[in-house]
Design a protein around this ligand. Structure first.
Ligand code: ZN
Length: 317
């Protein structure tokens, strides 16, 4: 079962992990209706986001704070974006993109279908972006989709937000003089997750299969599971090298050591929760046993609390 804290706490946690926990936002929370959920609040407050630009290498940058992490590759063929962030962050994203260069926006790749990665699809398409994603991203965005973990039902997205190009397993994109390799994961965080490897710069965007410093959300409603997350993380660890730069869906840009730590965290938590569940312990009893005590202070302050994370693991073991 999915355990949730009160909606106010969940909302705050989500906003912290997406960089929107400004004092203005906290003040605004008092104006919001009590029954509004995380999704509506995240969208409404996106305009207050602080969007930062971090230069990586090989001309690549990452925009942080507008939802999921957005990678940007400018160049003579126009800008390529990996993920679209929240629609309400459009002004902040636009100025961040302008600070990177004057090339027009030409291509957008979604790492998966979730709204904090695709909410901006429509405006980016209106600016000229061709949208490419996995088949299941198009399927989820084209249909009414319920996410129990967010207590929210998404209506079909407008036509401009739907990816015009899709792929099933792998795809290679040549753009701006470089090669970008896309690969679908077996169902992990959702059933639509892909990785994006900028092979020349050796930068690897792994979407929400990796949350660096925050407990992850696992979307069981659209194909996710703890075992799928572990398999995806094993695949990421098998691919990463000592010099590779790893962009997570949420949290700071990372490297091999952080990816290995995260893999061990998922595997260790799964083992502990599964053992306690086999003993007949209830979810509340397992939460009280604090199986994630060593990381709670650091990792439990984002979108998912320790209790949320343990609940997501409990559901799949
Ligand atoms: Zn996600």
């Amino acid at each position: 079962m999915n355990t949730k804290l009160g909606p106010g706490i969940s909302r705050r946690r989500f906003l912290v992990s997406t960089g929107m926990a400004t004092s203005a936002l906290l003040a605004r929370r008092h104006l919001l209706a009590q029954d509004e959920g995380l999704v509506q609040t995240a969208r409404k407050t996106a305009a207050a986001a602080t969007v930062t630009v971090q230069k990586l290498r090989g001309n690549l940058s990452v925009l942080m704070g507008a939802g999921g992490n957005i990678a940007v590759l400018p160049g003579r063929d126009g800008k390529l974006l990996i993920d679209a962030g929240f629609a309400g962050a459009r002004p902040k994203i636009t100025s961040a993109l302008t600070s990177i260069g004057s090339d027009p926006i030409k291509q957008l790749i979604n790492t998966h279908w979730h709204f904090d990665h695709t909410d901006g699809n429509e405006w980016l398409h209106s600016e000229g972006a061709l949208i490419l994603a996995h088949t299941n991203t198009r399927k989820r965005l084209s249909n009414t989709t319920r996410v129990e973990g967010w207590n929210f039902t998404f209506p079909p997205s407008p036509p401009g937000a739907i990816p015009a190009e899709i792929f099933d397993d792998e795809r290679t994109v040549k753009l701006n003089g470089t090669t970008i390799a896309l690969k679908h994961y077996a169902p992990a965080h959702t059933d639509s997750d892909i990785s994006v490897h900028f092979t020349d710069a050796d930068i690897f965007h792994v979407g929400d299969t990796f949350w660096n410093g925050y407990y992850p959300f696992i979307d069981y409603s659209t194909g996710g599971s703890i075992d799928g997350m572990i398999r995806a993380t094993q695949a990421n660890v098998a691919k990463v090298t000592d010099t590779m730069i790893v962009i997570p869906g949420h949290g700071a840009v990372g490297d091999k050591s952080q990816l290995v730590f995260y893999r061990d965290l998922l595997v260790g938590t799964r083992e502990k929760v599964a053992a306690l569940k086999r003993q007949g312990k209830s979810l509340d009893e397992i939460v009280a046993a604090k199986p994630t005590a060593a990381t709670d202070a650091k990792w439990g302050n984002g979108f998912r609390s320790p209790k949320d994370f343990i609940g997501d693991v409990f559901q799949g073991v």
